[in-house]
Design a protein around this ligand. Structure first.
Ligand SMILES: O=C(CCCC[C@@H]1SC[C@@H]2NC(=O)N[C@@H]21)NCCc1cc([N+](=O)[O-])ccc1O
Length: 126
């Protein structure tokens, strides 16, 4: 199997896009443009920061946090970078979206969970 590299541009099944820049062998930052949101606020590109594990650099496991700039919430994604049977890089992820709750009584409803699959976003060069 080939090597799956996190750096670069990705798009997911919802049509969201993200860019990842490796800052060191295992830590990265970037930006996330979500295609969907649960609030009426205008969607804005938001920063992400994360890490991939030290051990397996061919199909690394990773985690990152998106700190939404347009609404009081954060999302943490975790997953693995795979090379599929056709040689395509794929990020299989699960996420937790934590929204601000006005009171501790509302804590139970403040976290949503889901999955997203990301594939390489073709660069405009083509
Ligand atoms: O919508 C957002 C920000 C964008 C999240 C996009 C997700 S991240 C996982 C998935 N993958 C992906 O690409 N996009 C989606 N935050 C919740 C807002 C909110 C909702 C409520 N509420 O509904 O009660 C209350 C308080 C709140 O602040």
């Amino acid at each position: 199997t080939g090597k799956c590299v996190l750096a670069g541009n990705w798009t997911n099944d919802l049509g969201s896009n993200m860019t990842i820049i490796m800052n060191s062998k295992c830590n990265f930052s970037g930006s996330y443009s979500t295609a969907v949101s649960e609030t009426p606020e205008k969607i804005e590109k938001s920063p992400l920061r994360g890490s991939q594990n030290y051990r397996n650099l061919t199909q690394p496991v990773f985690g990152f946090t998106v700190n939404w700039t347009f609404t009081d919430s954060v999302t943490v994604f975790t997953g693995q970078c795979f090379v599929d049977e056709t040689g395509k890089e794929v990020l299989k992820t699960m996420w937790l979206l934590r929204s601000h709750a006005d009171s501790i009584k509302d804590d139970w409803t403040a976290t949503r969970v889901g999955t997203n699959v990301f594939t390489r976003q073709p660069s405009q060069k083509e």
